[in-house]
Design a protein around this ligand. Structure first.
Ligand SMILES: *Cc1c(COP(=O)(O)O)cnc(C)c1O
Length: 402
């Protein structure tokens, strides 16, 4: 079903259907296809590796396709959203509103009000936001359940994207949390606990485990200032997936065993009523998706072969290296052709009129002709909705969950 390059998988089937047949079934290229069974396999691996009492939450921003969110709502315990629109997609799944958490800076008064009205848990990102939330809840005559998103007083090395430690737009600085809790003390709100998210795309189990340990140190210190027993403890996530040749997959077993030790020694005894939550985006869906394009032109320019495909960075920005990457490297790419062919070294470029639209640089692929399919892998997270779809005004791609 799949071939390996480094720790990365190239899937030639999606949901058991060969990509070539899937393209016929979808009817037009380019498109994204997500593999339901691959998502299930990933969820099962997480369930068996992580302590049984840990809740798993899906960070909807990784892939907000409603069918994907619906599927994950059935198998996971919670959904984490970061906008009012994501919250509506989450609530449309029928999940209990109390199992939806709403994080992210700059929530509008309208977003805060609808979250409170729905009974969604709001993660407070600043003192001003706390005021707005309390006022919105007073207007509605409701008692909101909130958590404080904490900007930790430590940094996690080895994350693709750091989102905690130092000065941040995310969360309330750890050292100012006691003051915030004090101001919330005589307001009509339930402060359930804390959320600490220190970074994303980490492939090192020992670093993730250390971050979890330091997160626990921090929340144990902060828990003294909570008005009641902690019922919610979101320790973040940050589990990475292999995108590049030298990447090795995360040792999930090690993450799980270190977390079990941590919970047994320090969390369950001290915080017996705290529900521990891990929230993951790309680790759940990233490897389950492909972006399928078709070769429109094959041209030679001064000795280099260019495959021009009908998709590009307007749908799959990350594969072009322009989504926060410091050094551009190739995402795994394959050709889904009817016949085997000799390998050649090519530039795979999109159809946008900009040199940024490069999907594969000096990549070795079986010779592809006009009409053949070129598949970009690891495309299930931060693909379509993390791309500048309006750039060059090409049509939007289809998305299917198979
Ligand atoms: C983006 C985000 C995530 C998901 O990150 P992944 O790297 O996709 O797992 C989780 N939690 C928060 C708070 C986020 O902002």
């Amino acid at each position: 079903m799949t071939s390996e390059t480094g720790g990365r998988a190239c899937r030639d089937h999606v949901g058991g259907v060969p990509v070539r047949l899937l393209a016929e079934r979808v009817g037009s290229t380019p498109f994204f296809a997500y593999d339901r069974a691959a998502i299930d396999v990933r969820v099962a691996a997480l369930r068996s590796a992580l302590p049984g009492d840990v809740h798993l939450s899906y960070a909807v921003k990784a892939n907000p396709m409603p069918a994907v969110v619906q599927h994950l709502a059935r198998t996971l315990d919670a959904l984490d959203v970061a906008s009012g629109a994501e919250m509506r997609v989450a609530l449309d799944t029928g999940i209990a509103p109390g199992s939806v958490s709403f994080a992210g800076p700059g929530k509008s008064v309208a977003e805060l009000s609808s979250a409170v009205a729905a009974g969604v848990l709001v993660e407070i990102e600043s003192p001003l936001e706390a005021d707005r939330l309390v006022e919105a809840a007073e207007r509605l005559g409701l008692r909101p359940r909130v958590a404080v998103r904490v900007n930790p007083d430590f940094e996690v090395k080895g994350s693709g994207m750091r989102m905690g430690g130092g000065a941040q737009q995310f969360g309330v600085d750890a050292e100012t949390v006691p003051l915030l809790l004090k101001t919330l003390h005589d307001r009509d709100v339930e402060v359930a606990g804390f959320h600490v998210f220190s970074g994303s795309q980490n492939l090192h189990a020992s670093i993730l485990a250390e971050a979890q340990e330091r997160t626990v140190d921090l929340v144990l210190r902060l828990s003294d200032d909570l008005p009641a027993a902690m019922t919610y403890l979101n320790i973040g996530g940050g589990f990475g997936i292999p995108y590049y040749t030298q990447d090795r997959p995360l040792d999930l077993g090690l993450v799980g065993s270190r977390l079990e030790e941590l919970l047994a020694a320090r969390v369950r005894p001290a915080l017996p009523s705290a529900q521990v939550v891990i929230e993951l985006g790309r680790y759940l869906v990233g490897e389950a998706g492909v972006y399928v394009t078709r070769v429109v032109d094959r041209k030679i320019s001064r000795g280099k072969t260019f495959l021009v495909v009908d998709g590009g960075m307007h749908h799959q920005l990350a594969a072009s290296g322009n989504f926060g990457q410091v050094i551009r490297r190739n995402y795994p790419i394959s050709v889904a052709a009817a016949q085997e062919a000799e390998e050649e070294t090519v530039q795979v470029v999109g159809c946008l009129c900009t040199p940024l639209d490069l999907l594969g640089d000096k990549v070795s692929l079986p010779r592809a002709e006009v009409g053949d399919l070129v598949v970009v892998h690891q495309a299930g997270a931060y693909g379509l909705t993390a791309s500048p779809t309006a750039f060059l005004s090409h049509p939007a791609p289809l998305e299917v969950l198979v």
